[in-house]
Write a protein that binds this ligand. Sequence first.
Ligand SMILES: Nc1ncnc2c1ncn2[C@@H]1O[C@H](COP(=O)(O)OP(=O)(O)O)[C@@H](O)[C@H]1O
Ligand SMILES: Cc1cn([C@H]2C[C@H](O)[C@@H](COP(=O)(O)OP(=O)(O)O)O2)c(=O)[nH]c1=O
Length: 960
Amino acid sequence: MECTHGRGETAIATHPADDERAASTTGQADLSGIAELKAVLRFRAFRRLWIVLGFSSIGDWLGILATGTFASSLFKNPVAQGAAFSGTIVVRLIPALVLGPIAGVFADRFDRRRTMVVCDAARFVLYASIPIVGTFATTVMTATWAAIATFLIETCQMMWAPAKEASVPNLVPKARLEKANQLGMATTYGVTPILAGLVLALLNWLIGAMGFGSSYKVALFLNALTYAATALMVWFGIREISGRRDKAPEKADQGMFRQFVDGWRYIARFPFARGLVLGIFGAFAAAGVVVGTGRFYAKSLGGGDASFFLLFALLFVGLGIGITAGPKLVGALSRRRWFGLSIILATGAVGLLALAPHLMIACLLTVVVGAGAGMAFLNGITLLGAEIDDAMRGRVYSFIQVSVQGVLLLTLSLSSVLVGIGSSRHIGPISISSTRILLLAAGVVGVFAGYAALKQMDDKRGVPLLPDIWSSIRGRPLGRPVPHPGPGVFVVFEGGEGAGKSTQVIKLAAWLRVHGREAVVTREPGATEVGARIRGLVLDKDALPTGSRVSPRAEALLYAADRAHHVATVVRPALERGAAVVSDRYVDSSLAYQGAGRTLPAEEIGWLSNWATGGLRPDLVVLLDVDPHVGLARVADRGSADRLESESLEFHDRVRHAFLDLAAEDPSRYLVLDASEDPDTIAGKVRERIGRLLPADPEHPAESTTPGTPPEPTPAPADETDPAVRPGISIRRLGSTAHERHPDGGHDGETPQATAVLPAASTDDATEVRPAGADEATLVKADADVAAPVADATAASTANGADSAASPDADESTAPAAGPGDTTVLPAADTDATSVLPADTTSAVPADDSKPPAGDGNAPADRRAPADRTSVLPAVGADGTKVLPAVDADGGDKPSERSDPTTVMPALRPAVDPWNTTAETKMFPTVPEHAVPDRYDDDETMIMPSGGGDLRRRKPRRRR
Ligand SMILES: Nc1ncnc2c1ncn2[C@@H]1O[C@H](COP(=O)(O)OP(=O)(O)O)[C@@H](O)[C@H]1O
Ligand SMILES: Cc1cn([C@H]2C[C@H](O)[C@@H](COP(=O)(O)OP(=O)(O)O)O2)c(=O)[nH]c1=O
């Protein structure tokens, strides 16, 4: 989600990368308790602000108590006394309603430090003036002045609070904001009211002992002094509060009214701000009803005023619990989710109060109401600081402040009136308690508000709520869905040794290309130069001195390193430009080999891989399941086995079952195939499944064969007959998304793009990437719509990038296979042909060719690609691996500049997180072969373990 407001920049963002960046750049360790408090107070500016807050909050409480008591002390008549006391409270609430919205504009428009200092200085004068006026004026005049002064003081408070609240997030790192707010709230609502009460009691006692003067007057003077102190402290001690003015001086030229309107618009327009306000509305409406109906409710429970006070006290106990223990309780739960949930908790408990039959239960529920409200309060303020743009913060805060007071006043008075009317009502013999009806109604409305807030603000859409809460409480929240890096599609082949992955990868790539898709063939480990070196370390038996071996953890890290580089430099860029990436192995191999094989904790491997890949998950994993006996026998003739191939049969058995378990956990994203079947049958099933993932291609319907080419081996009918072949996600939806996402490319039917990445070559590369049992010509020819003559290796080499395609009907005799050792077989870009490229640095990718195949498999040099259509390969890695840049029809190398013929395939969002769930539950029980449960999940969101740290994000997300 991205939102901008006026000239102010983005205020809210939920981009996971931003989140992660925010969390990681703060570099904050996860401290707890006292250490965390100390960590917050280490920030000098905040420490000082906190002291100021303490002082002014003592002042506030003293002010409330002293002015009220002072006003009532002016009168003898008890009725007048009561009226005077509550009058001062009412007078305090009026400015909030009248001036509140403007106060926010002040906080955003003017220097916040100056605003705070002016407010405090004014409060100093006003508070001191009350007892001074009292010494010489008449009672009525004093009372009037007390009311006016109180009004003005409250006005100052209205201006001061947004300025202060908007400043806090600028004084502490975001990761410490929650703690800072906790500290602030504990100070304002926990410590200082008690201190103020103690101070007042002490004054009473002292003055009583001395026998002269009025303790309230002294209290008011003392109170005035606290404001003088804070004004001085803020002005001289916390210059940092002014910091923002330098950054946004241009705000001043905007009219105040305009800024005011902007504030409202901002709240109305952006779901996050709306959710925040809505949630707070719901919470306070419910709170108003609870307080308004409190006395009657206590009575309905058979208690009197004592039970009412007990419930009232428990509400505050709950608030305290919510504020202090809330964050620890929910652990790493998304703060946005927590906000909505805490409102639901608080208001749900209000609804349940309506049904409480006994005081005991009511007491418990009241604590829950308080706890939910406390959590919502803390979290709401923290979210406001963390996610609302600095330029808007004051206005949003004051909007909330005003609405809270308004809603409270309204519901409080309304419910006390309604409760009075209703309580005397009897319908027939049934006595209907309006108190309980009101509570129930408040609960229902509040739950709706909470739910709406949750929906509006949810930053983990699609991640199931309950598992997320549960995992968060345990410290491992499910991660936010990571956006697919582009319109491409990512297919991974997994399986044990000799399962036929390389064979199928090539077949699929060739087929995709014939259908006009750019297919990037790649693999792990070793698809990049860095990867090639890593591959040597982990697999090459001769890389290390005899007897020494890579330790399992080091091995896991090396694979992860290879993967990180691979994803960053090959997979993501290809997906971003819309290519179909077909990889021979990916994360599951690590889970299976290092997790189950080496018996490292699968959970840790999952997290490691997730970190390495930035959460990139394949759209489809084709698992070629093979009995290790069979697979190892197939690769036995490759020559000397690598380190992993030489592991025991038990090892490979564990690996196999680990793969099957992963597939069983997420059948919608896996295609499990019996690798003992004929390669073409397997290829057919793969196509069948991939065809469902791809958007419809009018010129090259994925399901049909290309005219003029030999027919596809008939794929096995899906679903009913083959439980392993399962439908993917609707093509229609994919297609439409594709167009939205890729406006400047992806025209079906255009010339397909050349292949970008070569499968890595090891010492025996050619054989490795070529399916066994057939040379390339037969392979590709049998392989569907791809009539695939293969160019002569030497010719391709001398042609330096020649498009060595030949006629569709070329046969084995015209298509000699690539020579072992120095060549890599690539399906050709667009000509229904397979090219053989030399594995040296000067090789070029066969360029796109808009001409139809010449039908002459023996004359590759004639069909040489123009120089501008070729790309020079990067150097060959240690094992001959190389990655080729993509080449397109016009030679442009920027995706946006291409007339990209690749059909755009938006990502599929799988439903279940194999990494995470695997991590939690993996025991690798034996799963019968291909016994994949027949379950589909409509939920398309990726779920994965997220990195630890602060989950809240605040930075704007940039559009790519
Ligand atoms: N379905 C299959 N049936 C029989 N042999 C196969 C099949 N698929 C591949 N092979 C052969 O098995 C060997 C290993 O195949 P390969 O694709 O390299 O497997 P992987 O990449 O999984 O190790 C090759 O000789 C290949 O020709
Ligand atoms: C990608 C990956 C591979 N491996 C192992 C599996 C293979 O034995 C080896 C890759 O070798 P390779 O020869 O490329 O595989 P294949 O046998 O499928 O042709 O690396 C891991 O142990 N962990 C991983 O994460």
